[in-house]
Design a protein around this ligand. Structure first.
Ligand SMILES: Nc1ncnc2c1ncn2[C@@H]1O[C@H](COP(=O)(O)OP(=O)(O)O)[C@@H](O)[C@H]1O
Ligand SMILES: [Mg+2]
Length: 597
């Protein structure tokens, strides 16, 4: 009953049509030099199909030696059977081996192609698809393709060979009995499949209900303090009881169907066998059929029946795989950003760092109804520090995303050193910038590797120097393994301030002309903030810096402070200038924060 739901179970099916043929061709283009393995595998597949068809004939022949009193042939046929068996095992081994081999090679190429394509897709792609979804969908889709290429297609063809070959041989043995058999067996087999699928659906429904009641438990336990504080034990009890009672009802209903299925199988399937054997014996009694042939006949019928039953499910699997292939290619057909991926990421064209937002209008492609920036103009000379403040949701991070060209503005321009940002290559542009965000993501790996993310070919001396400048050397030296200390999921957990300093060290190594600090110190306690701020101050020297800050105390020294609200620049000037504006937004924000502090 508790059948495990595989990740591929939920995949939708796709119709087989012209596109799927095109996609299949495209999929097979990833085979490359491994194509011969597929062909040879197919050849072995044909051979196994052929040898499988020999068995019933030979077994029948073995029985016929008795009927026809050819006793001397018994050992000979036995020996042939052994030979066929050996050949069959041999072919099967190579068939499976070759199919797995070509599939894995093809899929590795497909996976690499999809991954390397996916990470070059523009931010709009990631904004529209949930990353978790994408990941699990990709793995389910690829698993489906994998199953299909390794086994489903081969099985499908094998069953097909068995059905066609089996029916021909049945007709050869006895056309009368064949017609009688074909009138019953396939019908019963197909009915069994449909019935079986229906039952699986009901057991799926039970599982979903069970999962639902599991959620009730989970929610209650996670929020147990709430449950108790609200004295809601009774309410939760009722909720759980209702949910378990629903399981009982659905499961009992499912039990009825399964009972029905069992009787159906017993009556119809065995009934069909009985009918065929009965008619066969009738024919034999009229000397129209040898018992040995009847045995061959029964075995072929079993082959044909089983293949009819299996082929429907295989076809469904193939349809799912076709859908999976379509979805994978959908990703591959999305238009990527134009990046010049190079391994060493040398800055080819050094940017001086004059930045100008000129009347920038922007709306996120995934949320067309909200205009986030409504004509923003900001000018930063090279080396200046520009602070951007404003309520949350006012579009500060969006400015940064535009500067990094994660998106392009719909109106206005961003000029860098007087040239439209669109005229730079994305790789060049981004190589000249570094960002220290509020939440720094470290990759699984050593501290050394994480710092070197800013410059993959950095030497250990450079890395240590960067760490020193980032005020990170002290805490790194405090770990027994120093720069080799593992961080991320399987390593140690660094505090927010420590992660921030790793990010600063990354930026130091990258040595950018334009530096972006998006609330870099907002989530730190005041002690870490002090160390991080000190490192940031050093980092900002000589670079055009955009500092987005929550705490206004950190940006007093900025060359220019921009206050944005609801997508527009409301005020701009130095701290002193802005403080002089009687009813200014900055002044009131600043007052509020000093009072709170
Ligand atoms: N990826 C996105 N897709 C759609 N809307 C977004 C996206 N990121 C931010 N927004 C919206 O844009 C507005 C500005 O966001 P943001 O620039 O992050 O504000 P801030 O950094 O000033 O707090 C908000 O209304 C936010 O909901
Ligand atoms: Mg923000």
């Amino acid at each position: 009953m508790a059948r495990k739901v595989k990740e591929t179970d939920d995949l939708p099916k796709a119709k087989l049509n012209k596109t799927s043929i095109k996609n299949t061709k495209r999929l097979f283009s990833y085979i490359g030099e491994h194509k011969w393995k597929l062909y040879l595998g197919m050849f072995f597949l044909l051979l196994t199909g052929g040898t499988a068809l020999l068995f019933p004939m030979m077994l029948g022949g073995l029985v016929k030696t008795i009927e026809q009193k050819h006793f001397d042939a018994i050992n000979k046929i036995g020996l042939y059977l052994l030979l066929v068996l050996t050949a069959q095992s041999f072919f099967s081994y190579f068939r499976v081996y070759l199919f797995v081999n070509y599939t894995e090679n093809t899929l590795a190429k497909l996976r690499q192609a999809v991954y390397s394509h996916m990470i070059t897709l523009p931010m709009t792609f990631f904004a529209q698809k949930r990353v978790g979804d994408l990941n699990s969908r990709m793995s389910a889709d690829i698993a489906q393709i994998q199953d299909t290429l390794t086994t489903t297609i081969a099985e499908f063809l094998r069953q097909f060979i068995l059905i066609i070959g089996g029916i021909i041989l049945l007709l050869v043995i006895s056309p009368k009995l064949t017609l009688m058999m074909l009138a019953i067996v396939p019908v019963v087999a197909v009915a069994a499949v449909i019935f079986g699928r229906f039952i699986r659906k009901t057991s799926r429904a039970v599982q979903e209900k069970i999962a639902e009641s599991g959620t009730v438990i989970e929610e209650t336990l996670q929020g147990i303090t709430n449950v108790k504080a609200f004295a809601n034990e009774f309410f939760e009890n009722r909720r759980y009881k209702k949910s378990t009672e629903e399981i009982v009802n659905i499961a009992i209903q499912g039990g009825k169907y399964r009972g029905g299925f069992a009787s159906f199988i017993i009556f119809c399937l065995f009934g069909a066998i009985v009918a065929v054997i009965w008619y066969g014996v009738v024919l034999a009694s009229h000397d129209q059929l040898l018992i040995g042939d009847l045995i061959s006949f029964i075995l072929y019928s079993a082959f044909v029946g089983a293949s009819f039953g299996g082929i429907a499910e295989l076809y469904a699997q193939i349809q799912k795989a076709v859908g999976a292939v379509e979805r994978v290619f959908e990703i591959l057909d999305d238009v990527p950003e134009v990046l010049e991926i190079n391994e060493h990421r040398k800055v080819v064209n050094r940017i001086a760092g004059n930045v100008e937002f000129r009347d920038v209008v922007f709306t996120y492609p995934s949320r067309l109804e909200v205009e986030v920036l409504k004509g923003v103009t900001i000018k930063a000379e090279k080396g200046e520090t520009i602070a951007v403040v404003g309520p949350s949701g006012s579009g500060k991070s969006t400015l940064v995303a535009l500067l990094l060209r994660f998106y392009d503005p719909q109106g206005g321009k961003i000029l860098i050193d007087g040239k439209d940002a669109k005229e730079y290559s994305l790789t060049d542009l981004r190589n000249n910038m570094a960002i220290v965000p509020q939440d720094v993501l470290l990759f699984g790996g050593s501290i050394k590797e994480n710092i070197a993310y800013g410059k993959p070919d950095a030497t250990i001396e450079e890395i240590a120097e960067a760490a020193r400048k980032a005020n990170a050397l002290d805490f790194i030296d405090g770990f027994p393994e120093k720069f080799e200390t593992l961080v991320g999921e399987r390593g140690i957990k660094l505090s927010g301030g420590q992660r921030q300093r790793i990010a600063i060290a990354r930026a130091v190594l990258k040595d950018p002309s334009i530096l972006i600090l998006d609330e870099a110190t907002s989530s730190l306690d005041s002690e870490s903030e002090r160390v991080v701020q000190e490192a940031l101050d050093k980092l900002m020297v000589g670079r055009t810096s955009f500092v987005i800050a929550h705490r206004l105390s950190t940006i007093r020294k900025a060359d220019k402070i921009i206050v944005i609200d609801k997508g527009l620049v409301r005020e701009s000037g130095t701290h002193e200038e802005l403080m002089q504006q009687e009813s200014g937004l900055y002044r009131s924000l600043s007052r509020m924060q000093t009072e709170l502090a």
